[in-house]
Design a protein around this ligand. Structure first.
Ligand code: PLP
Length: 378
C-alpha cells in the first residue's frame, strides 16, 4: 500500500531529543525552541517567532492579540480546515465565509470588500497548498477598512508571495508543524509577527498570563499574573524533533518539489485531453510543494477514482467539507454572497500521495494507475 502521508523523519531527531532530555530542561523555551525560532526569524525575515503547541493555538493567540471580541465578524474562506474558524469562534466572533477562486482554491480577493461590515475585525487568508492568496489586494482592503489580517499559513512554510515569506505579510501569521505538514514536530506550530509592540503581550498570553519570559531574561526579580493567558509553549523535546528538520529544510523542500514536478509533467497529457485539471500557481507565488492535487469532473467521479486507486494499493484523500455546510458553520457563521465555487470545486478535488522520500518507483506506479483509470497509456 502506498500511504498518502508519511511523517517526515530525517535521522537526527532521536539524537536531538536525547540532547534535550539530557539538558535537564524539557519544558518550553529551551535551547532547541530558541534555535528553531531564531532560524525562522532569520530565514523568513520576521521580527518575532513564537513556537506553539499547534497552528490552531497560534491562530488562537492571533485572535486574542487582534482583540477579537463577541459580536465581531471575521472574514475567511469556507474551504479550509476547522481550526481557522475555531480560533475566532472561541472569542465569540461570528464567521463570514467568502467564496474561493477555482484556480488556486484560495479566498477570492475580489469578493472580500463586499463582505466587510461595520463589525468586521479581521480577514483570514488561508494559503491553500502553500500557494499564496492575493496578498496585495487583501492588505489594501484591510488598510482602508482598518482591519487586521491573520494569515493561516499552516501549509505555507517556506512559500513566498512577491519574495515575502507567507505568514510575515499580515499582522500575524500562523504556521503548522503537524505530522501532515512539510516539516513536523509531531504537534506544533508557530506564531509570526513583525510589530514588536505585540511582543510582551504575546509572551504573557503564551505563558499562562504571567511575565515569566521577562523573569527568565533577568529583567524582573519575580513574575506575576498580568493578564488573561494560556499555555501555548511546546516542550523542548518537540522542538528538538523540528530542529533536525529545519537543518535540512531545503533538502526536504527539494525532494517534495521533485515529486510535485514529476506529477505535474506526467499528468499534463491527461489534463490536455480534458480528463482532469492540474493545480495552478500564479506567477507572483513561489510555493513549497505542500500538496499535489488534481480535480476530476464531479463528486461521483472522484469517489470512483479514489476507490480505484485504493483497489490498486494507493491511498488518496479529499478535503474539506465546506465549513458553512457543517453543523458548527451553520451555527457560527453565514456565507456572504453566492457559493459559486466552494462546494463545487471541493467535491472535485483529490490529493495524491506526497511526502518526503516518496520513491520514484511509487510515483511511476501512481501515474501509471491514473492513466489506466482513464484507459489511456503513457
Ligand atoms: C493543518 C492546518 C491547520 C491546523 O494545524 P495544527 O497544527 O494541526 O493545529 C490549520 N489550518 C490549515 C489550513 C491547516 O492545513
Amino acid at each position: 500500500m502506498i500511504d498518502f502521508n508519511v511523517p517526515p523523519y530525517v535521522g537526527k531527531e532521536m539524537d536531538y531529543i536525547k540532547e534535550a532530555v539530557m539538558n535537564r530542561k524539557i519544558c518550553g523555551d529551551g535551547d532547541f525552541t530558541k534555535r528553531c525560532s531564531n532560524w525562522m526569524k532569520d530565514k523568513f525575515s520576521v521580527n518575532q517567532v513564537f513556537l506553539t503547541t499547534s497552528c490552531t493555538h497560534a491562530l488562537e493567540m492571533a485572535a486574542v492579540l487582534s482583540e477579537v471580541t463577541a459580536g465581531d465578524e471575521v472574514i475567511l474562506p469556507s474551504y479550509t480546515f476547522v481550526s481557522t474558524a475555531d480560533a475566532f469562534v472561541q472569542r465569540g466572533a461570528s464567521l463570514v465565509f467568502v467564496d474561493i477562486r477555482p484556480d488556486t482554491m484560495n479566498i477570492d480577493e475580489t469578493l472580500i470588500e463586499d463582505a466587510v461590515t461595520s463589525r468586521t475585525k479581521v480577514i483570514v487568508p488561508v494559503h491553500y497548498a502553500g500557494v499564496s492568496c492575493e496578498m496585495d489586494t487583501i492588505m489594501d482592503i484591510a488598510q482602508r477598512h482598518k482591519l487586521k489580517v491573520v494569515e493561516d499559513a499552516a501549509q505555507g512554510f517556506s512559500s513566498y508571495y512577491k519574495g515575502k515569506s507567507l505568514g510575515t505579510i499580515g499582522d500575524f501569521g500562523c504556521l503548522s508543524f503537524h505530522e501532515t505538514k512539510n516539516l513536523s514536530m509531531g504537534e506544533g506550530g508557530a506564531l509570526l509577527f513583525q510589530d514588536t509592540a505585540y511582543q510582551e503581550k504575546a509572551e504573557i498570553l503564551r505563558e499562562k498570563g504571567t511575565d515569566r519570559s521577562k523573569f527568565f531574561r533577568g529583567q524582573i526579580d519575580k513574575y506575576t499574573w498580568q493578564d488573561y493567558g494560556s499555555s501555548y509553549l511546546p516542550s523542548d523535546m518537540n522542538a528538538a524533533y523540528l530542529w533536525a528538520q529545519l537543518e535540512i529544510a531545503d533538502e526536504i523542500q527539494k525532494d517534495r518539489m521533485d515529486s510535485y514536478e514529476f506529477y505535474d509533467n506526467a499528468l499534463r497529457p491527461l489534463a490536455d485531453m480534458g480528463y482532469l485539471e492540474l493545480p495552478y500557481v500564479p506567477a507572483e507565488c513561489e510555493h513549497n510543494a505542500h500538496m499535489y492535487y488534481i480535480k476530476l469532473s464531479d463528486l461521483e467521479e472522484r469517489t470512483k477514482f479514489i476507490t480505484y486507486l485504493k483497489e490498486n494499493g494507493i491511498l488518496s484523500v479529499f478535503h474539506y467539507v465546506p465549513l458553512h455546510t457543517a453543523p458548527a458553520g451553520i451555527k457560527y457563521g453565514r456565507f456572504a454572497g453566492e457559493d459559486k465555487y466552494t462546494t463545487k470545486e471541493s467535491e472535485r478535488l483529490v490529493r495524491l500521495p506526497m511526502y518526503y522520500h516518496l520513491t520514484l518507483e511509487d510515483k511511476e506506479y501512481i501515474v501509471d494507475t491514473i492513466f489506466k483509470y482513464f484507459h489511456q497509456s503513457r
